[in-house]
Design a protein around this ligand. Structure first.
Ligand code: SF4
Length: 89
């Protein structure tokens, strides 16, 4: 799924928070996660376990990866539970 779009529209912080996503702030990219949508498939954790680590608090640390790779991993999330807003483009 495209991690920077919902229903074809570019994601914004405002729209994501309104839809129940929680924000994980990074330097170049903010990552948003909606636990109600997550199917626990684990693509995120397998994609980069330094950024996505279940059981850690916070479980998402965007700056443990670079923004382009974070976006790549988020795009492998099959449910749309992960979204991002790039701040470096
Ligand atoms: S890839 Fe998406 S659906 Fe799968 S565990 Fe991660 S956030 Fe949840």
């Amino acid at each position: 799924m495209e991690g920077n779009k919902i229903g074809g529209q570019a994601t914004t912080e405002e729209s994501l928070l309104a839809q129940g996503y929680r924000k994980y702030t990074g330097k170049d990219i903010d990552i948003y996660y909606n636990k109600d949508i997550c199917a626990h498939v684990g693509n995120c954790v397998r994609g980069n376990g330094a950024v996505f680590e279940v059981g850690r608090k916070p479980w998402i640390l965007p700056d443990n990866g670079d923004a382009a790779d974070d976006a790549r991993v988020i795009n492998t999330c099959p449910t749309g539970a992960l979204k991002f807003v790039r701040k470096d483009q």
